[in-house]
Write a protein that binds this ligand. Structure first.
Ligand code: GDP
Length: 197
């Protein structure tokens, strides 16, 4: 897929105020600092499109971007801030669950996972919650330029092993880097193929 246009549409704190579900939608989510903004900017080729890291305590926003006038890319607030209160974590959970369960044009949740780390409980728990909601998802490993290919492959394998403890099959996996743009074509091709189906 060639990105011809990528425009910011709106930011929301309320699911009831999201733009009309007129286009297929892909939601990007992951632990805070996983590299979500960098990945969105890399995919769209627009450096400042997604703003880097929201800090704890700041309003959590659902950001919509319209790509090529034919699909929405959605930037969801990250989870797992180190110093967040239990109340804010619960508020995040409610907000995201509401979005995930109500958004009828949502095609796929792109779950971002840091490729430098061994499987993290918080990511696996979030993936399980997607299973409970019956939502399609893929795993996008980020920051692969930060270590050797061997180390990335090892962490990907460990993650697959963890998933196979609860899932019968492993979802589609993508290894990416916002730095060297690896995985960009594969991810955009995947979105294209879902849009065409
Ligand atoms: P977010 O909080 O998930 O939106 O994460 P950011 O996109 O703000 O990235 C967090 C930090 O990781 C920033 O310092 C980025 O420059 C860095 N980062 C993100 N993606 C990559 C990547 O693919 N490679 C490298 N080397 N650094 C990255």
């Amino acid at each position: 897929m060639i990105i011809k246009s990528a425009e910011f549409v709106c930011s929301n704190t309320q699911v009831s105020k999201l733009p009309p579900p007129s286009l297929p939608e892909y939601a990007f989510i992951g632990r805070s600092n996983v590299g979500k903004s960098s990945l969105i900017n890399m995919l769209t080729g627009k450096k400042g499109l997604a703003k880097t890291s929201q800090t704890p305590g700041k309003t959590q926003l659902i950001n919509h971007f319209q790509i090529n006038n034919n699909w929405f890319l959605v930037d969801l607030p990250g989870y797992g801030f180190a110093r967040v209160s239990k109340t804010s974590a619960e508020k995040w959970g409610k907000f995201i669950r509401q979005y995930l369960s109500k958004r009828e044009n949502l095609q796929c949740v792109m779950v971002l996972v840091d490729s430098r780390l061994e499987p993290q409980k918080i990511d696996l728990q979030f993936i399980d919650s997607l299973g409970e909601l019956g939502l399609p998802f893929v795993i996008v490993f980020t920051k692969s330029d930060k270590q050797s290919k061997g180390k990335t492959a090892q962490n990907v394998q460990l993650f697959k092993n963890e998933l196979l403890k609860t899932w019968e099959e492993v979802p589609q996996l993508f290894v990416t880097s916002a730095e060297d743009k690896s995985g960009r074509e594969e991810l955009l091709e995947f979105i294209d193929s879902v849009n065409q189906s």
